[in-house]
Design a protein around this ligand. Sequence first.
Ligand code: NA7
Length: 288
Amino acid sequence: MAMKVGFIGLGLIGKPMARNVLKAGHTLVVWNRTRDKARDLVEEGATAAGSPREVAEKSEVVLTCVSDPPALEEVLWGPKGVMEGLKKSSVLIDSSTVSPALARRAAAACAERMAEFLDAPVTGGTWGAEKGELVFMVGGRKDVLEKVQPVLAAMGKRFFHPGGHGAGQTIKLAMNLILALQVDALAEALALVQGAGLEGEKLIEVLQASMARAAVLDVKAPMILAGSYVPSFPLRLMHKDLGLALELANQIGVPLPATAAAREIYNAVKGATREDVDYAAVAKFWQK
Ligand code: NA7
């Protein structure tokens, strides 16, 4: 069933997601802060809106995928924001990674407008977004998730529903905490092995045949060994996610000591690196 879909935030993940919505036959209205990024989608059949409000006015389903909490607040509540135009019975789906508290605030604002909300962060990176094979973690009502399935199915292959509003974001922050620590641990172990005069590849070979085998090894170990960090998932966003995990942990009184230590390392590399790099660049902390 074709739906009227709006998409706000055409970044590394957002744009391929929006393109797949269009390819699946839905009507697509788009808005991006830097307008040029919408141009190719318009050539492919989307309509460019002048503001997030206009996107909302023209859509049954509004998707947002922006960098961080301030960016989401800006597109939802800023001047000409989504909340000014959101239609009754429409569904706002946020695929940015933000705090569960912000997700619940967005859900409450939608409810005031008789609209529905789902927090729906994703995993799978640009590769998964391009293939339409993202994995979604969805917080909100199950019947709303079912209602927007025709749209989500264009972008993803698996949909988990861990609970009510904010649950998707909670799971996403927990997952990214693990990825950040895994890559940090890999970088630290490589520093040990290389510092002892062995080739890093020797460690990777053994890891791949051991209990320590993990998917991040396939993608991130070659980056670290080559010292080449073209962003697939930028370090600035992983740094943001670690901050969000610690913020949540502080609110609910759960200690996350390893995450706190890792965030300091990501913070040091972020502060010392001018270009946009992948989070595997955390290894630069040990590379002199
Ligand atoms: P990108 O490629 O950094 O894209 C970020 C997007 O967010 C991009 O469209 C930005 O617009 C937009 N953005 C950032 N700040 C604002 C403000 N203040 N107002 C409006 N729009 C804004 O990120 P990804 O696509 O890789 O990731 C998106 C989310 O998914 C993020 O939460 C990840 O953690 C997961 P721009 O083009 O810069 O004008």
